[in-house]
Design a binder for this molecule. Sequence first.
Ligand SMILES: [Zn+2]
Length: 511
Amino acid sequence: MLPKFSYVLRPSLLRTVNPLKEPLKSPSLSVLLPPPSTSIIKRSYVTFPSSFSQFFSTFLGSSSALRVRNIKVKFFQRLRTSRERLRTSRTRFSTSLKSTRTRLRRLKYSKTISLNLPETALLNPSLGSGWFDLTGAPLTTLSLTNRYLTPWESEATKKTLFEFIKWQFERYVSTSDSMLIPSDNDLPLKKIELIGGKRVTWLGHSSCIFTLSSSSNDMNILTDPHFTSRASPINGLGPKRYRNACPIDSNNFMEVVENLDVVVISHDHYDHLDVPTIKAIEKEKEGVQYFVPKGCKRILVGEGVEGRRVKEMGWWEEEVYKGVKFTCTPAQHWGSRTPWDRNKRLWCGWVMTSPDASSYYYSGDTGLPTRFPLFEMIGDRLGPFEIAAIPIGAYKPRWFMSSQHCDPAGAVAIHKAVRSRRTVAVHWGTFPLADEGWDEPRKDLDMACKDAGVCRETEFVTLDHGEGIDAKEEEFDEEGLDVYDFVSDFDEEDLEEEEFEEEEEEMHHNN
Ligand SMILES: [Zn+2]
Protein backbone atom coordinates (compact mmCIF):
# COMPACT_ATOMS: atom_id res chain seq x y z
CA MET A 1 0.00 0.00 0.00
CA LEU A 2 1.35 3.42 -0.93
CA PRO A 3 1.63 5.98 1.80
CA LYS A 4 -0.70 8.94 1.66
CA PHE A 5 0.52 12.34 0.46
CA SER A 6 -1.10 15.60 -0.27
CA TYR A 7 -0.84 18.03 -3.17
CA VAL A 8 0.21 21.53 -2.82
CA LEU A 9 -0.15 22.66 -6.39
CA ARG A 10 -2.81 21.84 -8.88
CA PRO A 11 -2.84 18.10 -9.35
CA SER A 12 -2.71 18.34 -13.14
CA LEU A 13 0.66 20.08 -12.94
CA LEU A 14 2.19 17.53 -10.71
CA ARG A 15 3.84 14.30 -11.30
CA THR A 16 3.95 11.81 -8.64
CA VAL A 17 7.36 10.34 -8.28
CA ASN A 18 8.46 7.48 -6.24
CA PRO A 19 12.14 8.28 -5.48
CA LEU A 20 12.86 4.66 -4.90
CA LYS A 21 11.79 3.57 -8.34
CA GLU A 22 12.71 6.65 -10.39
CA PRO A 23 15.55 9.07 -9.38
CA LEU A 24 14.62 12.77 -9.51
CA LYS A 25 15.42 14.50 -12.83
CA SER A 26 14.96 17.98 -11.70
CA PRO A 27 15.01 19.43 -8.28
CA SER A 28 12.41 21.86 -9.45
CA LEU A 29 9.31 20.05 -8.71
CA SER A 30 8.99 16.91 -6.86
CA VAL A 31 6.80 15.33 -4.42
CA LEU A 32 8.90 13.36 -2.12
CA LEU A 33 7.58 10.28 -0.66
CA PRO A 34 9.07 8.63 2.33
CA PRO A 35 10.62 5.22 1.75
CA PRO A 36 7.97 2.56 1.93
CA SER A 37 9.76 0.86 4.74
CA THR A 38 9.28 3.79 7.09
CA SER A 39 6.57 3.57 9.53
CA ILE A 40 5.62 7.24 9.12
CA ILE A 41 2.87 7.08 6.70
CA LYS A 42 0.89 10.24 7.30
CA ARG A 43 3.59 12.79 6.62
CA SER A 44 4.01 14.13 3.14
CA TYR A 45 6.96 16.01 1.67
CA VAL A 46 6.57 18.65 -0.92
CA THR A 47 9.43 20.56 -2.49
CA PHE A 48 8.68 23.80 -4.33
CA PRO A 49 10.52 24.77 -7.44
CA SER A 50 13.57 26.85 -6.45
CA SER A 51 12.36 29.61 -8.69
CA PHE A 52 9.43 30.37 -10.92
CA SER A 53 11.59 30.31 -14.04
CA GLN A 54 12.74 26.81 -13.23
CA PHE A 55 9.13 25.90 -12.65
CA PHE A 56 8.08 27.28 -16.00
CA SER A 57 11.10 25.92 -17.83
CA THR A 58 10.14 22.53 -16.61
CA PHE A 59 6.71 22.82 -18.13
CA LEU A 60 6.85 25.47 -20.83
CA GLY A 61 10.27 25.31 -22.42
CA SER A 62 13.32 27.65 -22.34
CA SER A 63 12.09 30.67 -24.39
CA SER A 64 9.12 31.12 -22.13
CA ALA A 65 11.48 30.63 -19.22
CA LEU A 66 13.59 33.55 -20.53
CA ARG A 67 10.52 35.69 -20.81
CA VAL A 68 9.52 34.73 -17.32
CA ARG A 69 13.02 35.55 -16.13
CA ASN A 70 12.80 38.99 -17.72
CA ILE A 71 9.47 39.54 -16.09
CA LYS A 72 11.01 38.48 -12.82
CA VAL A 73 13.99 40.82 -13.24
CA LYS A 74 11.68 43.70 -14.11
CA PHE A 75 9.48 42.86 -11.17
CA PHE A 76 12.38 42.88 -8.75
CA GLN A 77 13.77 46.08 -10.26
CA ARG A 78 10.44 47.70 -9.83
CA LEU A 79 10.18 46.36 -6.35
CA ARG A 80 13.61 47.74 -5.53
CA THR A 81 12.86 51.21 -6.94
CA SER A 82 9.51 51.39 -5.22
CA ARG A 83 11.16 50.31 -1.99
CA GLU A 84 13.80 53.02 -2.45
CA ARG A 85 11.12 55.55 -3.21
CA LEU A 86 9.29 54.51 -0.09
CA ARG A 87 12.47 54.82 1.94
CA THR A 88 13.19 58.34 0.62
CA SER A 89 9.68 59.53 1.24
CA ARG A 90 9.83 58.04 4.71
CA THR A 91 13.12 59.88 5.41
CA ARG A 92 11.69 63.06 4.00
CA PHE A 93 8.61 62.76 6.18
CA SER A 94 10.60 62.09 9.33
CA THR A 95 12.91 65.02 8.56
CA SER A 96 9.99 67.37 8.10
CA LEU A 97 8.39 66.01 11.25
CA LYS A 98 11.61 66.57 13.12
CA SER A 99 11.97 70.14 11.82
CA THR A 100 8.35 70.90 12.68
CA ARG A 101 8.94 69.54 16.13
CA THR A 102 12.11 71.64 16.47
CA ARG A 103 10.25 74.67 15.23
CA LEU A 104 7.48 74.10 17.74
CA ARG A 105 9.96 73.54 20.52
CA ARG A 106 11.84 76.69 19.52
CA LEU A 107 8.59 78.67 19.48
CA LYS A 108 7.69 77.36 22.91
CA TYR A 109 11.21 78.13 24.10
CA SER A 110 11.20 81.66 22.73
CA LYS A 111 7.84 82.21 24.41
CA THR A 112 9.23 80.89 27.67
CA ILE A 113 12.36 82.99 27.53
CA SER A 114 10.42 86.06 26.54
CA LEU A 115 8.36 85.61 29.68
CA ASN A 116 11.21 84.69 31.94
CA LEU A 117 14.10 86.69 30.57
CA PRO A 118 13.88 89.78 32.74
CA GLU A 119 14.60 87.91 35.94
CA THR A 120 17.11 85.61 34.29
CA ALA A 121 18.88 88.51 32.70
CA LEU A 122 18.98 90.41 35.94
CA LEU A 123 20.19 87.45 37.95
CA ASN A 124 22.70 86.43 35.35
CA PRO A 125 23.81 89.48 33.40
CA SER A 126 26.49 87.52 31.56
CA LEU A 127 23.70 85.69 29.77
CA GLY A 128 24.10 88.11 26.88
CA SER A 129 20.73 87.29 25.41
CA GLY A 130 20.78 90.15 22.97
CA TRP A 131 17.61 91.52 24.52
CA PHE A 132 19.50 93.08 27.43
CA ASP A 133 23.02 94.40 27.74
CA LEU A 134 25.42 93.13 30.35
CA THR A 135 24.07 95.54 32.97
CA GLY A 136 20.54 94.19 32.46
CA ALA A 137 19.33 97.26 30.54
CA PRO A 138 16.82 96.44 27.77
CA LEU A 139 17.98 96.82 24.18
CA THR A 140 16.12 97.65 20.99
CA THR A 141 14.86 94.19 20.04
CA LEU A 142 13.24 92.93 16.86
CA SER A 143 11.13 89.78 16.75
CA LEU A 144 11.56 87.10 14.07
CA THR A 145 8.91 88.89 12.02
CA ASN A 146 10.79 92.22 12.16
CA ARG A 147 8.57 93.82 14.72
CA TYR A 148 9.94 95.67 17.75
CA LEU A 149 9.13 94.16 21.11
CA THR A 150 9.31 94.94 24.79
CA PRO A 151 12.15 92.75 26.13
CA TRP A 152 11.05 92.78 29.79
CA GLU A 153 7.45 91.83 29.06
CA SER A 154 7.16 90.89 25.42
CA GLU A 155 3.45 90.14 25.66
CA ALA A 156 2.72 93.30 27.63
CA THR A 157 1.18 95.52 25.00
CA LYS A 158 -0.30 92.79 22.83
CA LYS A 159 -4.04 93.19 22.42
CA THR A 160 -6.40 90.99 20.49
CA LEU A 161 -9.09 92.33 18.21
CA PHE A 162 -11.62 90.74 20.57
CA GLU A 163 -10.24 92.73 23.50
CA PHE A 164 -10.45 95.94 21.46
CA ILE A 165 -14.04 95.22 20.44
CA LYS A 166 -14.90 94.35 24.05
CA TRP A 167 -13.49 97.70 25.20
CA GLN A 168 -15.34 99.63 22.49
CA PHE A 169 -18.57 97.82 23.38
CA GLU A 170 -18.16 98.51 27.09
CA ARG A 171 -17.43 102.12 26.24
CA TYR A 172 -20.53 102.33 24.11
CA VAL A 173 -22.89 100.97 26.76
CA SER A 174 -21.29 102.67 29.78
CA THR A 175 -22.27 106.07 31.14
CA SER A 176 -18.81 107.36 32.02
CA ASP A 177 -17.72 110.99 32.02
CA SER A 178 -15.56 110.48 28.96
CA MET A 179 -18.06 112.29 26.74
CA LEU A 180 -18.08 115.48 28.84
CA ILE A 181 -16.45 118.48 27.27
CA PRO A 182 -14.60 121.08 29.37
CA SER A 183 -15.64 124.71 29.29
CA ASP A 184 -13.23 127.56 28.65
CA ASN A 185 -13.05 128.25 32.39
CA ASP A 186 -12.35 124.62 33.23
CA LEU A 187 -9.43 124.38 30.87
CA PRO A 188 -8.23 127.86 29.91
CA LEU A 189 -5.88 128.71 27.07
CA LYS A 190 -2.82 130.77 27.97
CA LYS A 191 -0.64 132.75 25.61
CA ILE A 192 2.50 130.84 24.79
CA GLU A 193 5.61 132.71 25.83
CA LEU A 194 9.07 131.41 25.10
CA ILE A 195 11.09 133.53 27.47
CA GLY A 196 14.28 131.49 27.81
CA GLY A 197 15.71 129.99 30.97
CA LYS A 198 15.35 126.36 32.01
CA ARG A 199 11.71 125.87 31.28
CA VAL A 200 8.94 123.73 29.88
CA THR A 201 5.78 124.97 28.17
CA TRP A 202 2.76 122.70 27.67
CA LEU A 203 0.99 123.18 24.33
CA GLY A 204 -1.61 120.45 24.91
CA HIS A 205 -1.54 116.65 24.85
CA SER A 206 2.10 115.52 24.63
CA SER A 207 3.36 118.62 22.86
CA CYS A 208 5.79 120.49 25.08
CA ILE A 209 8.57 122.93 24.48
CA PHE A 210 11.63 122.26 26.59
CA THR A 211 13.75 125.38 26.75
CA LEU A 212 17.36 124.62 27.64
CA SER A 213 19.38 127.73 28.33
CA SER A 214 22.98 127.45 29.40
CA SER A 215 25.88 129.92 29.24
CA SER A 216 26.91 128.55 25.86
CA ASN A 217 23.63 127.49 24.36
CA ASP A 218 19.96 128.27 23.98
CA MET A 219 17.67 125.67 22.53
CA ASN A 220 13.93 125.08 22.11
CA ILE A 221 12.95 121.44 21.77
CA LEU A 222 9.40 120.53 20.80
CA THR A 223 8.06 117.09 21.76
CA ASP A 224 5.46 115.22 19.67
CA PRO A 225 4.03 118.29 17.90
CA HIS A 226 0.29 117.99 17.32
CA PHE A 227 -1.63 121.20 16.59
CA THR A 228 -4.47 120.02 14.37
CA SER A 229 -8.04 119.32 15.48
CA ARG A 230 -8.11 115.51 15.40
CA ALA A 231 -5.80 112.64 16.35
CA SER A 232 -6.67 110.46 13.39
CA PRO A 233 -5.55 109.48 9.90
CA ILE A 234 -8.93 110.44 8.41
CA ASN A 235 -10.10 114.03 8.03
CA GLY A 236 -13.19 114.78 10.11
CA LEU A 237 -13.07 111.50 12.03
CA GLY A 238 -11.44 110.36 15.25
CA PRO A 239 -10.90 111.96 18.68
CA LYS A 240 -11.57 115.71 18.50
CA ARG A 241 -9.47 118.20 20.43
CA TYR A 242 -10.96 120.13 23.40
CA ARG A 243 -8.48 122.99 23.21
CA ASN A 244 -5.81 124.15 20.82
CA ALA A 245 -3.21 126.51 22.24
CA CYS A 246 -1.28 126.49 19.00
CA PRO A 247 -3.42 126.00 15.85
CA ILE A 248 -1.22 125.70 12.78
CA ASP A 249 -2.78 128.76 11.09
CA SER A 250 -2.39 131.06 14.14
CA ASN A 251 0.14 133.72 15.14
CA ASN A 252 0.97 131.56 18.15
CA PHE A 253 2.13 128.82 15.84
CA MET A 254 4.35 131.18 13.83
CA GLU A 255 5.97 132.45 17.03
CA VAL A 256 6.58 128.97 18.37
CA VAL A 257 8.00 127.62 15.13
CA GLU A 258 10.19 130.67 14.62
CA ASN A 259 12.03 129.86 17.84
CA LEU A 260 12.17 126.13 17.23
CA ASP A 261 15.45 124.22 16.98
CA VAL A 262 14.62 120.57 17.46
CA VAL A 263 11.57 118.30 17.25
CA VAL A 264 11.62 114.95 19.06
CA ILE A 265 9.02 112.28 18.34
CA SER A 266 8.28 109.38 20.69
CA HIS A 267 6.27 107.03 18.45
CA ASP A 268 4.11 106.77 15.37
CA HIS A 269 0.58 107.00 16.88
CA TYR A 270 -1.60 109.69 15.35
CA ASP A 271 -1.79 111.73 18.55
CA HIS A 272 2.03 111.96 18.58
CA LEU A 273 3.19 111.98 14.98
CA ASP A 274 0.88 114.37 13.15
CA VAL A 275 1.87 114.76 9.52
CA PRO A 276 -0.05 118.04 8.86
CA THR A 277 1.75 119.64 11.83
CA ILE A 278 5.15 118.44 10.57
CA LYS A 279 4.34 119.83 7.13
CA ALA A 280 3.31 123.19 8.64
CA ILE A 281 6.56 123.34 10.65
CA GLU A 282 8.56 122.59 7.51
CA LYS A 283 6.73 125.35 5.66
CA GLU A 284 7.34 127.97 8.35
CA LYS A 285 10.92 127.23 9.40
CA GLU A 286 14.03 126.00 7.69
CA GLY A 287 16.56 123.62 9.18
CA VAL A 288 14.62 122.14 12.09
CA GLN A 289 16.39 119.03 13.37
CA TYR A 290 14.29 115.91 14.06
CA PHE A 291 15.00 113.01 16.40
CA VAL A 292 12.77 109.98 15.88
CA PRO A 293 12.73 106.35 17.02
CA LYS A 294 13.72 103.65 14.54
CA GLY A 295 11.38 103.20 11.62
CA CYS A 296 9.79 106.69 11.79
CA LYS A 297 12.27 108.49 9.52
CA ARG A 298 10.57 107.18 6.40
CA ILE A 299 7.29 108.88 7.33
CA LEU A 300 8.99 112.28 7.70
CA VAL A 301 11.15 111.92 4.62
CA GLY A 302 8.05 110.80 2.70
CA GLU A 303 6.45 114.12 3.64
CA GLY A 304 9.37 116.10 2.26
CA VAL A 305 11.66 116.54 5.30
CA GLU A 306 15.32 116.31 4.26
CA GLY A 307 16.78 112.95 5.33
CA ARG A 308 19.94 114.55 6.76
CA ARG A 309 17.83 116.49 9.28
CA VAL A 310 16.12 113.38 10.62
CA LYS A 311 18.12 111.28 13.06
CA GLU A 312 16.65 107.86 13.69
CA MET A 313 17.71 106.15 16.92
CA GLY A 314 17.30 102.99 18.98
CA TRP A 315 17.11 102.77 22.78
CA TRP A 316 20.11 104.20 24.66
CA GLU A 317 21.64 105.63 21.48
CA GLU A 318 23.01 109.17 21.84
CA GLU A 319 23.57 112.04 19.47
CA VAL A 320 24.94 115.49 20.22
CA TYR A 321 23.30 118.35 18.33
CA LYS A 322 24.55 121.91 18.87
CA GLY A 323 26.00 120.98 22.25
CA VAL A 324 22.86 119.23 23.56
CA LYS A 325 22.99 115.47 23.94
CA PHE A 326 19.84 113.57 22.90
CA THR A 327 19.42 110.08 24.33
CA CYS A 328 16.69 107.73 23.15
CA THR A 329 15.23 105.89 26.16
CA PRO A 330 13.07 102.75 26.39
CA ALA A 331 9.36 102.89 27.16
CA GLN A 332 6.60 100.32 27.50
CA HIS A 333 4.31 101.07 24.59
CA TRP A 334 3.74 99.99 20.98
CA GLY A 335 3.45 101.43 17.52
CA SER A 336 1.02 101.35 14.61
CA ARG A 337 -0.46 103.63 11.96
CA THR A 338 -2.34 101.03 9.92
CA PRO A 339 -3.87 97.63 10.82
CA TRP A 340 -0.86 95.79 9.32
CA ASP A 341 2.18 97.69 10.64
CA ARG A 342 1.91 96.98 14.36
CA ASN A 343 5.29 97.47 16.08
CA LYS A 344 7.10 97.92 12.77
CA ARG A 345 8.39 101.23 14.22
CA LEU A 346 10.00 101.69 17.61
CA TRP A 347 8.60 103.75 20.52
CA CYS A 348 10.71 105.63 23.05
CA GLY A 349 11.25 108.53 25.42
CA TRP A 350 13.92 111.24 25.14
CA VAL A 351 16.51 112.66 27.50
CA MET A 352 18.07 116.00 26.63
CA THR A 353 21.29 116.95 28.42
CA SER A 354 22.47 120.54 28.01
CA PRO A 355 26.14 121.59 28.01
CA ASP A 356 25.91 122.57 31.71
CA ALA A 357 25.03 118.92 32.46
CA SER A 358 21.42 119.53 33.45
CA SER A 359 19.10 116.86 32.08
CA TYR A 360 15.47 116.90 30.95
CA TYR A 361 13.22 113.96 30.34
CA TYR A 362 10.20 113.30 28.15
CA SER A 363 8.92 109.78 28.74
CA GLY A 364 6.67 109.45 25.66
CA ASP A 365 3.63 107.21 26.10
CA THR A 366 4.37 104.43 28.55
CA GLY A 367 2.93 101.89 30.89
CA LEU A 368 4.60 101.17 34.21
CA PRO A 369 6.29 97.73 34.06
CA THR A 370 4.95 95.51 36.81
CA ARG A 371 8.17 93.65 37.59
CA PHE A 372 11.01 95.39 35.83
CA PRO A 373 12.86 98.47 37.14
CA LEU A 374 12.84 100.33 33.82
CA PHE A 375 12.50 103.85 35.17
CA GLU A 376 14.97 103.29 37.99
CA MET A 377 17.43 102.32 35.24
CA ILE A 378 16.69 105.48 33.24
CA GLY A 379 17.09 107.56 36.40
CA ASP A 380 20.34 105.84 37.34
CA ARG A 381 21.86 106.20 33.91
CA LEU A 382 20.67 109.66 32.91
CA GLY A 383 19.01 111.33 35.91
CA PRO A 384 18.33 113.22 38.03
CA PHE A 385 16.23 115.51 35.85
CA GLU A 386 15.58 119.24 36.18
CA ILE A 387 12.23 118.85 34.43
CA ALA A 388 10.31 115.82 33.20
CA ALA A 389 7.11 115.48 31.16
CA ILE A 390 5.19 112.33 32.07
CA PRO A 391 1.75 111.20 30.79
CA ILE A 392 -1.17 110.92 33.23
CA GLY A 393 -4.11 110.36 30.86
CA ALA A 394 -5.83 107.71 28.70
CA TYR A 395 -5.65 105.10 31.46
CA LYS A 396 -9.20 103.71 31.76
CA PRO A 397 -10.30 100.91 31.67
CA ARG A 398 -7.24 99.54 33.43
CA TRP A 399 -7.63 96.00 32.07
CA PHE A 400 -7.09 97.37 28.58
CA MET A 401 -4.87 100.39 29.14
CA SER A 402 -2.51 99.57 32.02
CA SER A 403 0.15 97.92 29.85
CA GLN A 404 0.41 100.89 27.48
CA HIS A 405 -0.58 103.96 29.54
CA CYS A 406 0.26 104.49 33.20
CA ASP A 407 -2.39 105.98 35.49
CA PRO A 408 -1.65 109.08 37.62
CA ALA A 409 -0.33 106.87 40.47
CA GLY A 410 1.99 105.15 37.97
CA ALA A 411 3.10 108.53 36.66
CA VAL A 412 4.04 109.57 40.20
CA ALA A 413 5.97 106.30 40.57
CA ILE A 414 7.85 107.07 37.34
CA HIS A 415 8.49 110.64 38.54
CA LYS A 416 10.12 109.24 41.68
CA ALA A 417 11.98 106.40 39.95
CA VAL A 418 13.67 108.65 37.37
CA ARG A 419 14.41 111.23 40.10
CA SER A 420 12.75 114.25 38.54
CA ARG A 421 12.82 117.49 40.51
CA ARG A 422 9.81 118.90 38.73
CA THR A 423 7.40 117.02 36.49
CA VAL A 424 4.74 118.40 34.19
CA ALA A 425 1.75 116.17 33.48
CA VAL A 426 1.07 115.57 29.78
CA HIS A 427 -1.23 113.37 27.66
CA TRP A 428 -4.43 114.61 29.33
CA GLY A 429 -7.12 117.27 28.86
CA THR A 430 -6.72 117.40 25.08
CA PHE A 431 -8.25 114.42 23.24
CA PRO A 432 -10.97 112.05 24.49
CA LEU A 433 -8.89 108.89 24.02
CA ALA A 434 -10.05 106.60 26.82
CA ASP A 435 -12.87 106.03 29.31
CA GLU A 436 -11.94 108.57 31.98
CA GLY A 437 -13.44 112.05 31.99
CA TRP A 438 -11.25 114.92 30.83
CA ASP A 439 -10.60 116.11 34.40
CA GLU A 440 -10.22 112.70 36.05
CA PRO A 441 -6.43 112.44 35.50
CA ARG A 442 -5.91 115.77 37.27
CA LYS A 443 -8.08 114.76 40.24
CA ASP A 444 -6.51 111.30 40.48
CA LEU A 445 -3.11 112.95 40.38
CA ASP A 446 -4.02 114.93 43.51
CA MET A 447 -4.68 111.68 45.36
CA ALA A 448 -1.63 109.90 43.93
CA CYS A 449 0.71 112.73 44.95
CA LYS A 450 -0.81 112.81 48.43
CA ASP A 451 -0.33 109.04 48.81
CA ALA A 452 3.26 109.19 47.58
CA GLY A 453 4.26 112.28 49.54
CA VAL A 454 4.96 114.28 46.38
CA CYS A 455 4.19 117.99 46.40
CA ARG A 456 1.44 118.61 43.87
CA GLU A 457 2.19 122.35 43.59
CA THR A 458 5.95 122.19 43.10
CA GLU A 459 6.99 118.65 42.17
CA PHE A 460 4.26 117.21 39.95
CA VAL A 461 2.31 120.01 38.33
CA THR A 462 -0.54 120.33 35.85
CA LEU A 463 -0.57 123.41 33.62
CA ASP A 464 -3.12 125.18 31.46
CA HIS A 465 -2.77 124.87 27.70
CA GLY A 466 0.02 127.18 26.62
CA GLU A 467 1.32 127.71 30.15
CA GLY A 468 5.00 127.29 31.04
CA ILE A 469 6.95 126.64 34.21
CA ASP A 470 10.61 127.10 35.16
CA ALA A 471 12.84 124.38 36.52
CA LYS A 472 12.64 124.12 40.28
CA GLU A 473 14.97 126.38 42.21
CA GLU A 474 17.77 124.35 43.70
CA GLU A 475 17.47 123.99 47.43
CA PHE A 476 20.53 125.13 49.34
CA ASP A 477 21.36 124.85 53.01
CA GLU A 478 23.08 127.65 54.91
CA GLU A 479 26.58 126.78 53.70
CA GLY A 480 25.50 126.77 50.08
CA LEU A 481 25.63 123.03 49.59
CA ASP A 482 23.06 121.39 47.42
CA VAL A 483 20.67 119.64 49.80
CA TYR A 484 20.38 116.61 47.53
CA ASP A 485 24.14 116.05 47.44
CA PHE A 486 24.46 116.69 51.14
CA VAL A 487 21.92 114.06 52.07
CA SER A 488 23.29 111.47 49.72
CA ASP A 489 26.99 111.99 50.54
CA PHE A 490 26.93 111.72 54.32
CA ASP A 491 25.68 109.23 56.80
CA GLU A 492 24.43 110.46 60.13
CA GLU A 493 26.90 108.14 61.85
CA ASP A 494 29.78 109.65 59.88
CA LEU A 495 28.68 113.07 60.98
CA GLU A 496 28.49 112.06 64.63
CA GLU A 497 31.96 110.54 64.48
CA GLU A 498 33.38 113.64 62.87
CA GLU A 499 31.81 115.85 65.50
CA PHE A 500 33.21 113.63 68.23
CA GLU A 501 36.72 113.81 66.75
CA GLU A 502 36.48 117.57 66.51
CA GLU A 503 35.41 117.82 70.14
CA GLU A 504 38.32 115.63 71.20
CA GLU A 505 40.78 117.82 69.28
CA GLU A 506 39.36 120.92 70.91
CA MET A 507 39.82 119.36 74.35
CA HIS A 508 43.48 118.61 73.53
CA HIS A 509 43.99 122.20 72.52
CA ASN A 510 42.42 123.50 75.70
CA ASN A 511 44.65 121.24 77.80
ZN1 LIG B 1 0.57 105.96 21.83
